[in-house]
Design a protein around this ligand. Structure first.
Ligand code: HEM
Ligand code: SF4
Ligand code: SF4
Length: 451
């Protein structure tokens, strides 16, 4: 299929794209790894500032505009500006998150759920922002509401005969749509183990301070009061949030529908336009599974569960990263069995095969285990967290003077691999590295020797 060819060539699941940011300028691009979490932070910032504004807000048609005007500049006024700018920042952060996932090829196969569940969030985000604009009840609100009615082919007269019930409807929408957005955000991360929904402190603080500074430099002000007898003309609008209205007037309501629905449909089917990466899902051997649940706790894609005391894998969710095999207590090379069968394993890259390759390399002054995504020589593992720590001790006790384990770039291809390997090697998580082994870390490279 032509589209599949283009997609795979242009934005395939290549480490080059994934690590591009880290190669170009690690410090500068580091925040881009946490865009989803920053989105969560902005949501909570909007909720907190919104609750205060709601307390001060007069929810009647006659009082709304004045109640916003009455906010003292140094607190309520600043909070109002923060609320508005946080909404704009939310749009930018989500757009950047979407583009980043796209460029890294993270939209298909086992990630299709995360991708597709992200698409309605864009609608809900814009919906929340646009109805928020209406609450101010100024000429900008009037312009946006009329444009929306025209887009929906609804009679504009309903905007001219503004009445209390309509205003209550706006308030209801501005509470209801963000709640739907929150529910959508929760669903969005349901197929991810340990989803990163909390932004690093420095970034959350940096974002909040930036919003405060912008609010002080350029506080948000209402336009003239909503006047049903006039049609708003020249207006200064928030282009990030309201760009669809001028776009509609420059084209037509039908053209805007075509663009909005077309883009939504394209994003939704994108995971199916591209060839799925060929993966052989992890497989469980019930005879070697004791139901301990370590594989469930470590799987980055919620692909394993324990049912009736035995692990089971949902193949369509599995990324074939092997992290579960690295977690399983039965994956130890010290077992005497000729055929090392693990409770959970990758059929195309087994723990038995790993032991065979290791034995073939021994004795040696140094044994290197290397993540497949990292270049260089060594015994390849799908992800560095596929390596059970017992393999390190096994190598050291069977003819290796030192052992190295090398992870990929700064961002793990399987989300959690680097973090899980670090917790295991630093003896904070099962399966732990034995205390008889000394460990040193330099970036994503670990060096081991016997004490
Ligand atoms: C309100 C908007 C959004 C928020 C708050 C949000 C938040 C998040 C968070 C917290 C994660 C987990 C990151 C991790 O732990 O690795 C995530 C993952 C993801 N998001 Fe979003 N997201 C939003 C919108 C979108 C949109 C619009 C798309 C694309 C259409 C998208 C695509 C993805 C994908 C594909 C992943 C999985 C990445 C992986 O498997 O490594 N998100 N998002
Ligand atoms: S290989 Fe194991 S850890 Fe990785 S996604 Fe599949 S079941 Fe989860
Ligand atoms: S880690 Fe191994 S033993 Fe434990 S539940 Fe998973 S497959 Fe079974």
């Amino acid at each position: 299929m032509a589209s599949s060819f283009v997609l795979d060539r242009e934005i395939g699941d290549r480490p080059y794209f994934r690590n591009l940011g880290n190669r170009v300028c690690p410090q500068f691009l580091e925040p881009l790894r946490h865009l989803g979490a920053l989105g969560y932070w902005l949501f909570w910032l909007l909720a907190a500032s919104g609750i205060y504004l709601y307390i001060r807000f007069d929810t009647s048609l006659t009082g709304a505009y004045d109640s916003i005007d009455r906010l003292e500049w140094w607190f309520g006024g600043i909070l109002r500006s923060v609320h508005r700018y946080a909404a704009d920042a939310f749009v930018v952060v989500v757009a950047a998150h979407l583009v980043r996932e796209l460029l890294a090829g993270r939209f298909r196969g086992f990630r299709a759920f995360s991708w597709i569940s992200g698409v309605p969030l864009v609608w809900l985000l814009y919906g929340s922002g646009i109805v928020g604009t209406w609450l101010v009840w100024d000429a900008r609100a009037q312009f946006s509401f009329i444009a929306t009615l025209e887009w929906m082919h609804m009679p504009v007269s309903s905007a001219e005969q503004a009445f209390d019930r309509l205003f209550s409807f706006f308030v209801f929408l501005h509470l209801g749509v963000p709640l739907l957005l929150l529910a959508g955000m929760w669903i969005h991360v349901q197929r991810l183990g340990r989803p990163a929904t909390v932004a690093p402190g420095v970034q959350a603080l940096g974002m909040t301070l930036s919003l405060l500074v912008i609010s002080l430099i350029k506080p948000v002000a209402s336009a003239a009061r909503w006047d049903p007898r006039t049609v708003p003309q020249a207006l200064d609008i928030d282009w990030l949030m309201l760009f669809a209205h001028p776009l509609m007037y420059a084209t037509s309501p039908a053209a805007l529908w075509a663009m909005a629905l077309g883009l939504t449909a394209l994003l939704t089917v994108l995971p199916y336009l591209s060839r799925k990466p060929k993966l052989v899902a992890a497989r469980v051997d019930p005879a070697n599974c004791n139901g301990c649940g370590r594989c469930v706790a470590d799987c980055p894609y919620e692909a394993v569960s324990v049912v009736s005391g035995k692990a089971i894998v949902l193949a369509e969710r599995c990324a074939a990263c092997g992290i579960c095999a690295g977690a399983c207590p039965s994956s130890t090379p010290f077992r005497s069995a000729r055929e090392l069968v693990s409770g959970i394993d990758l059929p195309d890259l087994t723990v038995h095969g790993l032991r065979r390759r290791l034995r073939g390399a021994l004795p040696a002054p140094e044994v290197v285990f290397r993540c497949e995504q990292a270049s260089g020589p060594g015994i390849g593992v799908r992800c560095i967290a596929m390596l059970p720590p017992s393999f390190v001790e096994y190598a050291l006790r069977n003819g290796a003077r030192s052992v190295k384990a090398v992870g990929c770039g700064a961002e793990c291809a399987y989300r959690l691999g680097l973090a899980l390997a670090d917790e295991r090697f630093s003896r904070r998580r099962d399966p732990k590295l034995r205390p008889t082994v000394r460990v040193k870390r330099k970036d994503n490279e670990y060096s081991f020797a016997l004490r």
